[in-house]
Structures are given as C-alpha cells and as structure tokens.
Design a binder for this molecule. Structure first.
Ligand SMILES: NS(=O)(=O)c1c(F)c(F)c(SCCc2ccc(C(=O)O)cc2)c(F)c1NC1CCCCCCC1
Ligand SMILES: [Zn+2]
Length: 257
C-alpha cells in the first residue's frame, strides 16, 4: 500500500508534519461522551451480507508492523445501516500491553482492552484509492474487546495463527470462517460520527460506527494479542492506538437511547 513504513506510534505527535490531514479537524479516534450523544432513531441496525466465508477460501493474515491485518473479500458487504452498500477491504486490531488497555475510542473516558476495526469502502467510487480520498468513501465498523470469563471461539482462527507472523512483514493463510462472529451480537446499538483513518495518511473520509455492546475474549486471548507480535526494529508490537482527538464541534449520534 501507500508508504506507511516509517511512522510509528512513538512519534504520533509528528505525524502531521509528514501527513497534513493528521492535523485536521475531523480526526479519529475520539472519546464518546455519552451525555452529549444525539439519539437518532433513523439509524437502522447494521446488517452484513456474505460474511460466512467458505473454509475453502484462504484469507491473508499479515503482521504489517503496526497491527495484524486480515484481508477480506469484496463479497462481504454492509447491506444495512449505511445509506448505500459498502464492500469489505480488511479488518485489523488495536490493543494495549500487560500494563494497560489499548482501544482507540474511549467511552466516558474509559479505554477498553482492545478494539477491532472492519474497514469497508463505497464501491460507487472508481477505485479503493479514490474512495479512500472522498468524504463518505470509507466505513469502519468498530467494536471494543473486553476481558470476559471464557475464550471467544470466533477469534481463534486469528489468534491461533499469531505465532506464525511474529515478525513484521510475515504473512500466513487463514481458512474462511464466519466474520460476523467477530462482532457483538447486537448490531442495532451503536454510535455514529464522521472522522478519519487513525493512522497516516489520516484521510478524513471515514463514516464510523462504534458498537455499544462489547466483544468478550478470555484473559489468555487478550494476553496472546498483547505479547506475540513484533513491530519494526523487533520491539514488541503493543499499544498500537492513537490518542483521542478533539471533536472540533462534531456531533456523535446514537442509534439508541
Ligand atoms: N484504524 S485504521 O483503519 O485507520 C488503520 C490503522 F490504524 C492501522 F494502523 C493500519 S496498519 C498501518 C497502515 C498501513 C500499513 C501498511 C499497509 C500495507 O502494507 O498495505 C497498509 C496500511 C491500517 F491498515 C488501518 N486501516 C487502513 C488504513 C490505511 C490505508 C487504507 C487501507 C484500509 C484501512
Ligand atoms: Zn484501526
């Protein structure tokens, strides 16, 4: 993809020097102040289509030095909850370390253990490259990962392969599975706002959905995520989250009261 190689979460204050959008007024992630959200009953439940990927389908799982990325087929689409259909591109995770949590968004100042992002693009644009640069060109479905009492079996296809891609740049194959299992069961309760990619180039073209219900993983699964991968210069890949950005007057809508 575009040149993302040399930035890191250590120098996130300098991103805007190289990538001007990162200093913009519609940046992500944000803190969601639940007392200031606006109930919007027109926000319909998110509906996914084509998410039960056949096990014969092989998906690329890669450590790109900043996160673990699962490439998704364009046959997986958002069929409800957005003005028009969007096609899947990839999903990736954000996490912390054994010393603390690592979600990107926060709710009333609370940071969760981790966060999954499913990235989609609006196919009415000529190409993904084009869609990425246009307002409303991208949709990201975000859900918080939280420590719960037992293993989340839906995350095993991803987590059991992490030891295959410990080093930056390593890639492995994952057999198709039900992608919807990675999200909360209730896709009707969510926050919606206009923001950006949380990584350079920070394009301000993302229509964000942050689900209210969290996804529960076991302590062992969260710990595996926090302690297996290495980023650039062989340091542990941890705390790969951007700090929350100012709303600059943006409103956060809620599909629920
Ligand atoms: N939260 S997020 O959605 O902004 C996000 C991150 F926070 C991310 F940290 C990432 S990974 C870092 C950016 C990156 C690195 C390499 C490559 C590549 O080799 O193709 C691609 C991207 C990452 F990939 C994404 N999502 C990508 C943003 C980068 C360019 C558009 C492609 C889909 C979304
Ligand atoms: Zn992300």
């Amino acid at each position: 993809g575009p040149d993302h190689g040399h930035w890191s979460y250590a120098d996130k204050a300098q991103w805007q020097l190289e990538y001007p959008y990162c200093g913009g007024q519609m940046q992500s992630p944000i803190n969601i102040d639940t007392n200031s959200t606006i109930f919007s009953p027109e926000l319909q439940p998110v509906v996914l289509a084509g998410c039960n990927l056949d096990p014969s389908e092989q998906l690329s799982l890669m450590n790109n030095g900043h996160t673990v990325v699962l490439q998704l087929p364009g046959s997986l689409t958002i069929a409800g909850g957005y003005p028009q259909e969007h096609r899947a591109m990839q999903l990736h995770l954000h996490w912390g370390s054994p010393a603390g949590p690592g979600s990107e968004h926060t709710v009333d100042g609370r940071r969760y253990d981790g966060e999954i992002h499913m990235v989609y693009y609006n196919p009415s644009y000529e190409s993904i490259k084009e869609a990425m640069r246009q307002p409303g060109g991208l949709a990201v479905l975000a859900a918080f990962l939280q420590v719960g009492p037992e293993d989340n079996v839906h995350y095993q296809p991803l987590l059991e392969q992490l030891d295959e891609i410990q080093e930056e740049g390593k890639e492995t194959a994952v057999a198709g599975f039900n992608i919807e299992g990675l999200l909360p069961t209730n896709l009707g309760r969510y926050y919606r706002y206009s923001g950006s990619l949380t990584t350079p180039p920070c394009y301000q073209t993302v229509n964000w959905t942050v689900f209210n219900q969290t996804v529960l993983l076991s302590k062992e699964q969260i710990s595996l995520l926090e302690t297996t991968l290495q980023g650039d210069d062989d340091k542990d890949l941890q705390n790969n989250f951007r700090l929350t950005q100012s709303l600059h007057g943006r409103k956060v809508l809620a599909s629920f009261q």
